[in-house]
Write a protein that binds this ligand. Structure first.
Ligand code: SAM
Ligand code: SF4
Length: 329
């Protein structure tokens, strides 16, 4: 699938649920309302759509949410897609998770063919963790990470840089990741969805600043490492680990965008920062044959916009109204 700007689209992210067992302050308000369950694609439908995308050339699938591992029967979906990995039609199947369920699922994920996962963790301090996630327990995530390590999954930590919250922990996080054998990627706060009384202007810490702070302590060598995602990487000489930077705010990466995102209701978003979308649920349900679904996918790819234009501003409403937990991070 090639979009109007000549970019090959071979990466699909699927949000399998908008629900979550945490309420991170930059992501959700505490009293979030969620979609009625009947709006969601079933596990069988998610498998069918994934298969259709793979047949159209998608090589990399990432599952996200909400928290993907709180979706009922989620392993049935992953196990259903294992044959595509075994045949080589799909190069990679992976997951972004908050880590709370990893103790239970790590081995099953590895058995389904996952090789590396992203785990979101913004702090190693118990109290701060409780404050950021509102409902999460740090110990549970740390135990989950050990289970994932034991199952042989390669781990990348995703850390949202938060001013006044974890900017004093940057070195600790890099050093801990080095010890554990994890890579780490820092992310800038994006203006997505209303988050109640919290304010993203106060939370926003540009990664240019993060990089400067890290550079004062660590030897950072430019790396041409690529994972098919938007991060740019450096290698930390002292730990041998990698640090990625995802900078949607300070540095636009749209020119090399290779991905589209589908929500748990079957809405396909062509860009994380734009509202244009295509409903895939109706064509999916209209026929047992994948023809109408494939046509809708092609039509959507032909509309993929050139890029996004996020602005963080105290007065302005969020750049996009939907939450990250709807489209998936
Ligand atoms: N629940 C899973 C998790 O936390 O990894 C998967 C979904 S979560 C929406 C995916 C990623 O988006 C997480 O790394 C989270 O920190 C990040 N995220 C959520 N809201 C964000 C925002 N407004 N700006 C930047 N990153 C955000
Ligand atoms: Fe849940 Fe992930 Fe959003 Fe946190 S960032 S509330 S864990 S979906």
């Amino acid at each position: 699938m090639i979009d109007p700007f000549g970019r090959m689209v071979d990466y699909l992210r699927i949000s399998v649920t908008d629900r979550c067992d945490f309420r991170c302050v930059y992501c959700m308000s505490e009293d979030m309302s969620f979609l009625p369950k009947k709006e969601l694609l079933t596990i069988e439908e998610l498998e069918r759509v994934s298969g259709a995308f793979i047949n159209l050339g998608v090589k990399k699938l990432r599952f996200t949410g909400g928290e993907p591992l709180v979706r009922k029967n989620i392993m049935k979906l992953f196990n259903g897609l294992t044959p595509y990995l075994e045949s080589g039609q799909l190069r990679e199947m992976t997951l972004t998770t908050n880590g709370s369920q990893l103790e239970k699922y790590s081995q099953q994920l590895a058995d389904a063919g996952m090789r590396r996962i992203n785990v979101s963790l913004d702090t190693l301090n118990k109290d701060k963790f409780a404050a950021i996630t509102r409902w999460g327990k740090l110990d549970q995530v740390l135990e989950g990470l050990q289970a994932a390590k034991k199952a042989g999954l390669k781990i990348k930590i995703n850390t949202v840089a938060l001013r006044g919250v974890n900017d004093d922990e940057l070195h600790t996080l890099v050093s801990w990741c080095g010890d554990e054998g994890f890579d780490i990627t820092f992310i800038e706060v994006m203006p997505m969805g209303d988050i109640g009384n919290e304010n993203r202007v106060d939370q926003y810490l540009p990664l240019t600043e993060v990089r400067t702070i890290l550079g004062e302590h660590w030897t950072l060598n430019e790396s041409d490492h690529k994972t098919g995602g938007p991060a740019r990487y450096v290698e930390v000489k002292e730990t041998g680990g990698k640090i990625g930077f995802i900078t949607p705010m300070t540095h636009n990466f749209c020119e090399s965008c290779n991905r589209v995102r589908m929500t748990c209701t079957g809405t396909l978003y062509l860009c994380l920062g734009q509202d244009d979308a295509m409903d895939l649920r109706a064509p999916l349900r209209s026929s047992d044959d994948n023809g109408p679904l494939e046509q809708a996918i092609f039509k959507a790819i032909a509309r993929k916009p050139k890029g996004h234009d996020f602005i963080i501003d105290r007065e302005a409403a969020p750049s996009v109204a939907r939450h990250m937990s709807v489209t998936g991070g």
